[in-house]
Design a protein around this ligand. Sequence first.
Ligand SMILES: CC(C)(COP(=O)(O)OP(=O)(O)OC[C@H]1O[C@@H](n2cnc3c(N)ncnc32)[C@H](O)[C@@H]1OP(=O)(O)O)[C@@H](O)C(=O)NCCC(=O)NCCS
Length: 505
Amino acid sequence: MSSRVPAANMAMAALLRLSSRGTCSSSMFSSLGPLGGSSSVSSVSSSVSFFSPRFLSSSASCLGVAWSETGGAKASGEVAKLTMPSGDSVDIPILVPTYGSDKFLDVKGLKKATGCFTYDPGLMETATCQSGITFLDGDNGVCCYRGYPVDQLAQHSDFVTTAYLLLHGDLPTPEQDIAWRRELQKYMVVNTRLVEFYRSFPDGAHPMAQMNSVVGAMSAFFPVSLDPNDKEQHITAATRLIAKMNMIAALIYRTDKNKSVIYPRQDLTYAENFMYMTFGDCTLPPGVVNHDMETFKLVAKAIDAFLILHADHEQNASTSTVRIAGSSQANPYACVAAGVASLWGPAHGGANEAVIQMLEKIGRPENVPQFVQDVKNKKDGVRLMGFGHRVYKNFDPRAKYFGELVIDVLDKLGVEDPHLDVARALQEAALNDPYFVERKLYPNVDFWTGIMLRGIGIPTNMFTVMFALARTVGWISQWKEMVEQPGLKITRPRQIYIGQPIRSM
Ligand SMILES: CC(C)(COP(=O)(O)OP(=O)(O)OC[C@H]1O[C@@H](n2cnc3c(N)ncnc32)[C@H](O)[C@@H]1OP(=O)(O)O)[C@@H](O)C(=O)NCCC(=O)NCCS
């Protein structure tokens, strides 16, 4: 197969060596592994910089346009040396972020300098943008929006203020906060004809199918021409999306249950309105024992925390999808619909549902040891759902905060969920078991959110809709950041062709 791929063969023998001050190792470039053996890697030693001046100068000019609200990524002063099979080599500048310890090889211009592309399936080793929105430090379990730790925001802020922060970059002044809430109120009702749209779905249509269609249809209802240079229009689209998504999500539940439409109230918060528009007159879901205002507020507060903790998470699959769609200058409603589609996949937004299924299967706390043993034995590929994370190799800070909140809220609500005890026993067992400890597998946010959502009456098939409701803020903030950065380029990755050579009919 690889014989048909000359570019891959060229990359086979490429060696990346860092300058003496570099801290990365060649193992970082494992994506080259399948393309070349270690012998070719170790055999190359020349460090003549045949393309260096051009490559470095093109990279330097790229650095010049690097942008973020905090000033853009910086050159670290270090370079990596890429030695080609011919023995010639290229210096690759290393970029560093404005905060954090990650390092990035700046490979812009690499093809021109070496004739080679890079190969990185899943973009696991690749930064595709510069962003000043969310900071993650997976090793230390840190997640911040615009510099503020998410658990602090969940504790001291609310979803609407957090949305302002993500969208605009700073917390609002009291005046800005009031104006922002007024703007959201202005847009929160969904157009009657859009409401009718829901009636055309067949019975039992998946909630995410409905959300995907309705958000996509917003382009038809609000066909404003979006001038990429008109920041006012970006804000209007963002405000409209964030405001309407609440009713769009609630309407999915109402339609599914054949219930009448409930319109939002101006005196309720965003999360309270979600509760009100979803569950209606009784204002609280079945299963909650105390139907009083205090309990209603408590449930709304829990939903608010859920929304804050899911509002953004850096360049995950759905956010990257939104960015890729937006890179062609597609309108923001279409881009967010693309994000909804990506989130729908079980490998992304569906994990909390999988946790519930797992807890149901385990059934009782006394079955936990056997289940943990099955996971460790990799019996039928069974995994401990809600544990482990691609980025977090420590506690997911969202899980830490939300886990405590779930137990507290469900206690106060008087919801007796046998799965809560199973979840506690599972967490306890896994955190004390060398299998999980050695692999740095900790509970992620999905471990707890399903239990909470189910406890407050959200049907399982609506879990991902709740996630999308929250993530809309991150999607549109990331879209806005991207279209407002100078030098927007359409995202156009390459491939390694593995098909037939040219042949005649
Ligand atoms: C999220 C996830 C895909 C990240 O995976 P990853 O970082 O690529 O880790 P890997 O799949 O390479 O796994 C590394 C090792 O840990 C094990 N592992 C990872 N997650 C595990 C889990 N949830 N349960 C049991 N073992 C797990 C793997 O089997 C592997 O073990 P090995 O070295 O003996 O082969 C993975 O942890 C997972 O499947 N978690 C459960 C699903 C989930 O909760 N998803 C939501 C994420 S927000």
